[in-house]
Design a protein. Structure first.
Length: 187
């Protein structure tokens, strides 16, 4: 992993995505800080860094396609696919809708998804793994062999254990604790 890219992404996440206050997370858990990674990943430099770093995890996992639950996984997937193009890595991307569309092709899994390919699920931030597990069920139902889960930020609150129970190799770039410590060091 490129440590310079990792350090730079950490700084951007601290500056753009870290909010210290009481919040309720999508998992329903209470927390005294929030990471809104979209605030960072929709910036050009952060998208580049996230893509480069996450592509390294995808390549190490030996997968052929990446994707996850809308909305959090979409900018991360896009960043990975762009990095794959820059490095001539054959990798496809997709996303999972909250529910099957009632119109068009009536699909829940959208994008360049191919059920025959070795798959990794991606996420911007993982707390309990709930969104990743929801995507896992949909992608498995669509026929894919999911072998890995990759996240930009692992909060350390149960996701690793939940994903291990599903037989997934799990990797991440940063932890919530690292981001929080860096934010407090800046204050």
């Amino acid at each position: 992993m490129n440590q310079q890219y990792r350090s730079e992404l950490l700084e951007i996440l601290v500056r753009e995505a870290y909010v210290e206050r009481a919040v309720t997370l999508s998992s329903g858990k209470k927390s005294d800080y929030y990471l809104d990674c979209r605030r960072a990943i929709f910036l050009p430099r952060a998208a580049f860094l996230a893509g480069e770093l996450m592509l390294g995890l995808a390549v190490a996992a030996g997968v052929e396609q990446v994707g996850g639950m809308a909305v959090g996984a979409i900018p991360v997937t896009d960043a990975i696919i762009a990095a794959a193009y820059r490095h001539n890595v054959n990798l496809r991307g997709f996303f999972v809708r909250k529910e099957t569309r009632a119109h068009g092709l009536q699909q829940r899994v959208e994008g360049a998804f191919q059920p025959s390919l070795k798959t990794a699920l991606v996420e911007d931030t993982n707390t309990t793994g709930g969104s990743t597990l929801e995507a896992l069920a949909a992608v498995r139902e669509a026929g894919a062999a999911v072998t890995a889960a990759l996240t930009l930020v692992e909060r350390g609150e149960g996701a690793a254990e939940a994903l291990a129970r599903e037989g997934l190799a799990y990797s991440w770039i940063l932890t919530g604790g690292e981001i929080r410590a860096a934010a407090r060091a800046r204050a």
